[in-house]
Design a protein. Structure first.
Length: 171
């Protein structure tokens, strides 16, 4: 991302497209960027042509669930997902850091009640309230870094350590 003065202000780490209507052209794009400053090493790397891969753990929100990536805290609490807002997910990529750490995707009953599934509430102590917050928090780190997730599982708080992978290595 470039500011009006032509200076690098951020590096886009994630782009998501969301349907807003029935027509094919009714699409909104959401870009998430990591802010940088002039003395940031990422700016120097960009100038040298270095390409960096985003850090991921291997979870996702699929289908209509992706529309809830930015679910506000109050809406989460009012839903049947629980009293503590956080990042929930519907898929764990096989072989990914999340799978190796035993993270569990969301499972609901036919009535929409939560049966099981992990809710991530913090990344290295930094509170997250939804999936977008979670992605932004993870992207602050690099592939190979080890992080600790605070997770609600079955109403209990647990800590899960895992090592981040490069997005290109997680299918």
């Amino acid at each position: 991302m470039i500011n009006r003065a032509g200076e690098v202000a951020g590096v886009v780490s994630y782009v998501r497209f969301e349907s807003t209507g029935e027509r094919e052209e009714d699409v909104e794009a959401h870009a998430y960027a990591v802010p940088v400053t002039v003395d940031d090493t990422r700016v120097a790397e960009l100038r040298r042509g270095v390409k960096r891969d985003a850090a991921v753990i291997g979870i996702s929100l699929e289908g209509e669930w992706s529309l809830l990536a930015n679910l506000p805290e109050q809406a989460f609490v009012e839903s049947k997902l629980g009293k503590t807002a956080g990042a929930f997910f519907t898929r764990v990529v096989p072989g990914s850091p999340a799978a190796k750490a035993g993270l569990q995707p969301l499972r609901l009953s036919e009535k929409g009640d939560l049966i099981s599934g992990d809710i991530v509430t913090a990344v290295n102590g930094r509170r997250v309230y939804n999936f977008s917050d979670f992605q932004y928090a993870v992207r602050r780190y690099a592939p190979g870094d080890t992080i600790t997730l605070s997770v609600l599982r079955g109403g209990k708080n647990i800590s899960v350590k895992l090592t981040l992978a490069a997005r290109s290595s997680v299918q």
